[in-house]
Ligand binder design. Sequence first.
Ligand code: NAD
Length: 455
Amino acid sequence: MTSSTLINPATEEVLRSVEQLDVDAVDDAVARAKVAQKRWAKAAPAERAAGLRAFAAVVDAHVDELAALEVANSGHPIGNAEWEAGHVRDVLQFYSASPERMAGKQIPVAGGLDVTFHEPLGVVGVITPWNFPMTIASWGFAPALAAGNAVVIKPAEWTPLTTIRLGELAVEAGLDPDLFQVLPGRGSVVGERFVTHPDVRKVVFTGSTEVGTRVMAGAAAQVKRVTLELGGKSANIVFDDCDLEKAAATAPYGVFDNAGQDCCARSRILVQRNVFDRFMELLEPAVAGVAVGDPTDRGTEMGPLVSKPHWESVRAYVPDDAPVAFRGSAPQGPGYWFAPTVLTPQRTDRTVTEEIFGPVVAVLPFDDEADAIDLANDSPYGLSGSIWTDNLSRAMRVSRAVEAGNLSVNSHSSVRYNTPFGGFKQSGLGRELGPDAPLHFTETKNVFYAVSEES
Ligand code: NAD
């Protein structure tokens, strides 16, 4: 067994090291999860509901601790990290209502009674990325547990601490330790084993499109179920008839939240040509106003990038001759800091087509509604996006025409635990969250009970 050293991205100080599990440890965990799942599925629905409510209550009592861990491990600003921990509690609370509502159908047929059941899959493997470690974990484990499954979860190598703690809190809440197991390790070892292990019946993968493609191909060998939440290059479309001041004031927060390390980041701002210059005049002070700094400070809106290798990857998109319109600020000294950066590149530039996953945004002019839609859809991705207009008919037309799973009109909101979330095209497959998520962790079984004639 090896271990990995975790670094605080705001200070570059060593936090601690975490053991990386091997294939034998995964196999052992899956074998125990298989047994625990049978017990869990047999428990009364009300008992499973109570278990999830208890888990939510323990998370609620540890919001501050979880938030502090995320600040140290991931560099998230404290206010964001507290929201994230509270969101995990809310997701658990929301899905604690599901076990008692997983009703099937009674279908009228001749000669007997026909009913459907939503049977749990068994053991579900969840693989998470480093950008929102605990929230994304909860989107997988909460509905999977609610539907009667056991969960093994592999956090990203750089950011395992909050997920490890959630595993401990589940046990504290009274859940069977084998029902929800956190297995830190490398993607190529633990993650791959989830894909190849025959007793892992579904893999929920959130991460890059490159690795997600591999997970899907591997899962095909066993016709294994997958949910994929992958990359994005979302458009923020600003029409000339919108509240331009508001669109410009909020645009930085639509892309620089979590230092741009957000699959929903609106990293392409498309602005109608006749208001382009005015929009840029308004955007400059808004970008300068983003408070970048110490994530433990309550006034901070943007922290550092997650790691040195990731900082280098983002840096490579902004060479010395990059078309930089303006930049915000960032601290000097230790930490993986990157100032919010606004580019005005050509449409074909790689900063327009590739996911940078950092605080870099491309602003492009468009001519009319048709041009805006074409430009927004000119991407292999289709996760999120925003549309700014005060024309209701235009809002309706454009929101139906943009090929993306999560759009907001005159705002930048994308994620609510009670509404479905996921991507079109290469941004993913399947949906998380919303009322139907537990059903995606079940198989529909149809049973016909013959009723004999009275003798
Ligand atoms: P990544 O694909 O490098 O890693 C994601 C996870 O997969 C990690 O836990 C990693 O260890 C694991 N992994 C790596 N190789 C594997 C393999 N061969 N088999 C199985 N698992 C393997 O992604 P990342 O760099 O951690 O995260 C950033 C990416 O995640 C971005 O592209 C971002 O858009 C995407 N993302 C998408 C969503 C969404 O909901 N659509 C949300 C957050 C992040």
